[in-house]
Design a protein around this ligand. Structure first.
Ligand code: AMP
Ligand code: MN
Ligand code: MN
Length: 330
């Protein structure tokens, strides 16, 4: 189930081995999985004597900036950059490169996708997509081993941050014995579990915690749905930037009475970022996908044209429907 089919792994490895100047792309408002998996692959490729570039359109949040190689990220890549492979990491469609990927590269530079979203559009020339995997970091570890690079303590820390963040500290239904095994191997390889717990999972920046205050004070419970919103005026007041990932979906997922939760964050360009979570037995991936976003059954998101007053009832009606359909697959 967690096994990558051998022909797919072979094609992935041959693309990476043939490349000398690969560009590795993490998704916008980056989380621990996209950053950790990207940095782990970067370190492995450096070990093999290659010259990888790592890119993300948004800056790294403060709780990930201590990771080895974090300072190497660039936020834009010129169209005529000297690259011979693009690797899209932890994202389900090309939009999620945040504009780093240039359409003129299609056909000229091969595109490799390494991901675990069940909504993945298979948008690469090679798509290593493992929807059962708890984090992209898990197939990434297999790729790194198959490349013949050693799992150094730094690589182990990067991979571990991916697994620990996407499983919300080993809480999700995706946390199987295999995942615990991987975590154990990564700690044995020198992955810094304590530091990740203290600096990433248990570290909430002041501005983010103040935003949680606003979000919690506006929290509503309607039937099985818990939801809140953060209007742009509140963000202005608290100094919250659009690329700050407030992690509200995960915060709201603690609401005991709710089966499904949603956070609506208004952006300065008038769009609204929607973050959704479902308890096991329910699914939000179809709602996100139908609205042009993506994700997993238990965690999904999308970005819609505002205003908030229009988006909130539209999404809530779909979520009420999702809450009435128990998901037979979970
Ligand atoms: P978030 O609520 O931002 O933590 O995202 C939850 C999950 O949904 C993550 O796996 C994201 O990669 C995915 N996701 C969030 N927003 C989008 C989007 N606009 N398009 C595709 N996937 C998304
Ligand atoms: Mn991610
Ligand atoms: Mn992920």
């Amino acid at each position: 189930m967690d096994q990558i089919p051998q022909p797919l792994l072979t094609r992935t490895i041959s693309l990476l081995q043939r490349s000398e100047h690969p560009l590795l792309i993490a998704h916008p408002r980056p989380d621990g999985d996209t950053i950790g998996s990207t940095l782990a692959l970067r370190l492995a490729l450096l070990e093999l004597g290659k010259q990888p570039t790592v890119a993300c359109v948004d800056p790294l949040p403060g709780n990930l900036d201590y990771l080895p190689g974090a300072e190497a990220f660039v936020s834009e890549v010129p169209e005529d950059a000297d690259i011979d492979l693009v690797v899209a990491i932890d994202m389900s469609d090309l939009k999620r490169t945040g504009g780093i990927y240039k359409p003129s590269w299609a056909g000229r530079v091969p595109l490799l996708v390494i991901d675990h979203h069940e909504t993945n559009a298979a948008f690469g020339d090679v798509n290593l997509v493992m929807p059962q995997a708890a984090a992209t970091a898990i197939p990434m570890m297999t790729v790194i081993e198959a490349l013949g690079a050693s799992i150094t303590p730094d690589i182990a820390t990067c991979l571990l941050v991916g697994v620990l963040t996407d499983t919300r500290g080993l809480r999700t239904t995706t946390t199987t014995p295999h995942v615990l095994n991987v975590v154990s191997k990564l700690i044995e390889a020198g992955g810094d579990y304590q530091r990740i717990m203290q600096r990433t999972l248990d570290a909430v920046p002041y501005r983010q915690m103040r935003a949680w205050g606003v979000a919690l004070s506006r929290l509503k419970l309607e039937g099985k749905i818990g939801w809140t919103d953060i209007p742009v005026e509140a963000k202005e007041r608290l100094g919250i930037l659009d690329h700050d990932d407030l992690n509200l979906g995960n915060l709201l997922s603690h609401l005991a009475e709710a089966e499904i939760v949603a956070a609506f964050i208004e952006m300065r360009d008038g769009t609204v970022k929607v973050s959704m979570r479902a308890r096991p037995g329910y699914s939000v991936s179809e709602v996100a996908y139908a609205l042009g976003g993506g994700g997993h059954r238990q965690a999904a998101g999308c970005t819609l044209e505002g205003p908030l007053e229009r988006i909130v009832p539209l999404v809530l009606s779909r979520l009420h429907q999702a809450a009435n359909d128990r998901d037979p697959g979970c």
